[in-house]
Write a protein that binds this ligand. Structure first.
Ligand code: PRP
Ligand code: URA
Length: 208
């Protein structure tokens, strides 16, 4: 059964309230996405393996540690881009694989339009990044693509999730842990999360 981790960090709760607010403009919205993503990144990577590394300080030789896993960040376009930027600042060694998926407005089914996965991905863990988990169709499709490419360990990181999306993702990929900022109440009759924040891509990029 998948682990569903909903952040209890006060900073996340504080920032999610501003993220939801209809009067938050794209520049502040992007800053909030980045700030929340940095906390979720720390929570989602707390179990990364370490290996010893020799370090020479100005005073002595000692042993430090370095991350022993190759980490891939997989932002689902467009809305996952702001999350990836924030996480890449925290771990510049990570690779970024862009996946373009949009949700057809009539059917709510995901349509894949771009895939920048390397032919032979040699990553130990891939973090799928998408602020919104609504029906779950996009996240399930993104993880299907990663698993077909041979990625054994996948983690989903999202900001706002509907119970319907969590259930769909857990059913399709029970091995994939979820790291979320908040679990919302439900979907409305056109597949938007309530109370949600509206359209995450439009609000980040001012396209509305
Ligand atoms: C949004 C969001 C997810 C998807 C979630 O993307 O960023 O990718 O919808 O919905 P689902 O769980 O029902 O699949 P959208 O299709 O609006 O594309 P965009 O990021 O380019 O705006
Ligand atoms: N995609 C969004 O951006 N918002 C929703 O509420 C649902 C899907």
């Amino acid at each position: 059964m998948a682990v569903v981790h909903v952040s209890a960090h006060p900073l996340v709760r504080h920032k999610v309230a501003r993220l939801r607010a209809a009067d938050t403009k794209p520049p502040e919205f992007r800053d909030l996405v980045a700030a929340i993503s940095r906390v979720l990144f720390l929570e989602a990577t707390a179990d990364l393996p370490l290996r010893p590394v020799p370090v020479r300080t100005p005073l002595a030789d000692t042993t430090g540690e370095e991350i022993a896993a190759r980490v891939g960040l997989v932002p689902v376009l467009r809305a996952g881009l702001g999350m990836a930027d924030a996480m890449l600042q925290a771990l510049p060694e990570a690779s970024v694989w862009h996946l373009g998926l949009y949700r057809d407005h009539a059917t709510l089914k995901p349509v894949t339009y771009y895939n920048k996965l390397p032919a032979q991905p040699d990553m130990d863990v891939a973090l799928v990044l998408d602020p919104m988990l609504a029906t779950g169709g996009s996240a399930v499709a993104a993880i299907d693509i990663l698993k077909k490419a041979g990625i054994a360990r996948v983690v989903f990181v999202g900001l706002i999730a509907a119970p319907e999306g969590i259930a769909a993702l857990v059913a399709a990929h029970p091995d994939v842990p979820l790291y979320l900022a908040v679990r919302d109440e439900k979907l409305n009759d056109i597949g938007y999360i309530l109370p949600g924040l509206g359209d995450a891509g439009d609000r980040q990029f001012g396209t509305r």
